[in-house]
Design a protein around this ligand. Structure first.
Ligand code: GDP
Length: 428
């Protein structure tokens, strides 16, 4: 099969962008299938970090067609700004970029409502990125959304926006006591971005299916991670889309039978942004060392990420949900300085040992992790490019992950640069 799916096997920020970007040179197409500008994939392009929020991570690779699928929600103003910024860095965004007409738009009232909702939750706030992603998906499901394809018929778009935004202003003012939004101003801005985005709008599902049928390599790029999946994550501390591989079909129009190997990207440790249970979180200096060495701050929000040890129970859950065929372990180099590296091999919940990941967030919050310690390697892995270059303990760490998960590790990433990869097996 000539298509692969790249999914995050933890709570997001696993380095999927770098892996997608490095594999893109062997692909004809990269397709985003869910999420919105709450994603932030940092990719190193000619030694410079470039952050993609909505643009697929293959956009910097010449000759690759990048597609935003119908399952994504798009802030059109933000997307135009991102295109300009990326072009300013010398990256081409022209006929190599298509947006499916069925993707829904994130509008200013989605952001305003999300901010008002989060504030009204007080201590129970979810810790969303306040980019309006959740409300935009909610509108899609309540048939109140606006597909981006409507921008091509601006009069119809205007009629729809006036009706919807009018109702949203009622909610903002009457329910939350907030200021109403300026609908005329919104329309003016949308007229400008509609012209800019028009050349990229297309009906994409058949294009993607045809590419796969004709043997082209297609990468489906996921955003966030499995443990944030709306159905299988630690609800309610989740994102509002299907981040797992199951999201590819509804998010692109490609049937499950045409989808090939599933690649799960996991860091050599774990991080989490925002609220919610995190069994292996490290509150001591080790967590701080990981945060510093791994530069663990959100690419979209700048928030410091919570850091902790690799959690095999959670990883095995992600493997099961996605049907992961190969793992890619990223940021192995971040662990270079540790003398001992704990790996969580089981959970104790209310005194009972288990290797099952509890889906209930309240139960997960009561987990006491059971650790097995691995010896550290205390040497730089940064320059390693083949398995023989890795210190024996680092290789043993990778083999341990394979043993505990039963899934082969196809590659280990040892730095931010696209070349900093030790490949154990072909992926594409
Ligand atoms: P994504 O959303 O899954 O693509 O992940 P992010 O972009 O939020 O976070 C990954 C960060 O780690 C980026 O800044 C990458 O440049 C960086 N990165 C990726 N792989 C490695 C690695 O193997 N080692 C190190 N040190 N940094 C990496």
């Amino acid at each position: 099969m000539s298509s692969i799916v790249i999914v995050g096997a933890q709570w997001g920020d696993e380095g999927k962008g770098k892996i997608t970007n490095s594999l893109a040179s062997c692909a004809e197409m990269v397709v985003r299938f869910q999420g919105g500008s709450n994603a932030g994939h940092t990719v190193s392009v000619s030694g410079e970090p470039v952050v993609f929020h909505l643009l697929p991570s293959g956009i910097s690779v010449p000759g690759v067609l990048c597609v935003i699928g119908p399952g994504v929600v798009i802030d059109p103003v933000g997307l135009v700004a991102e295109i300009d910024e990326v072009r300013g860095k010398g990256i081409e965004v022209s006929s190599n970029f298509l947006i499916d007409v069925g993707a829904h738009m994130v509008m200013p009232y989605h952001r305003a409502l999300e901010a008002a909702e989060e504030e009204s939750r007080g201590n129970a706030a979810i810790g969303t990125t306040k980019k309006g992603i959740g409300p935009a998906y909610a509108d899609r499901y309540s048939r109140e959304g606006i597909p981006i394809g409507l921008l091509a018929s601006f009069d119809r778009f205007e009629e729809r926006l006036r009706a919807v935004a009018g109702r949203k202003n009622e909610m903002l003012t009457k329910l939350y006591g907030a200021e109403p939004l300026d609908i005329d101003g919104m329309l003016e801005e949308m007229r400008r971005v509609a012209e800019r985005l028009a050349p990229h709008l297309a009906d994409t599902p058949e294009l993607v299916r045809t590419a796969i049928r004709s043997g082209e390599n297609v990468i489906f790029e996921g955003a966030q991670g499995t443990l944030l999946d709306i159905s299988f994550g630690t609800y309610p501390f989740v994102t509002s889309s299907h981040t797992s591989a199951a999201g590819v079909a509804p998010g692109t129009g490609v049937p499950p039978s045409m989808i090939g190997d599933i690649i799960g990207v996991a860091k050599a440790y774990v991080t989490r942004v925002g609220a919610g249970p995190f069994p292996t979180e490290s509150f001591d200096r080790h967590g701080e060392t990981i945060r510093e060495r791994g530069k663990e701050r959100g690419a979209t929000t700048g928030r410091p990420r919570r850091c902790g040890w690799l959690d095999i129970v959670a990883l095995n859950y992600a493997i099961a949900i996605n049907g992961i065929d190969h793992l890619v372990i990223t940021k192995l180099d971040v662990l270079d300085t540790f003398e001992r590296i704990p790996v969580c091999v089981g959970y104790r919940i209310d005194g009972e040992e288990t290797d099952r990941f509890p889906r209930n967030a309240e139960v997960l919050a009561r987990v006491e992790p059971i650790y097995e310690e691995m010896p550290g390697w205390r040497a730089s892995t940064h320059e390693a490019r083949e398995d023989g270059d890795l210190p024996a303990e680092a290789l043993a760490y990778i083999r341990k992950i394979e043993e505990l998960t039963g899934v082969p590790v196809a590659a280990a990433s040892v730095g931010a640069s696209p070349h900093a990869v030790v490949q154990f097996a072909e992926i594409l």
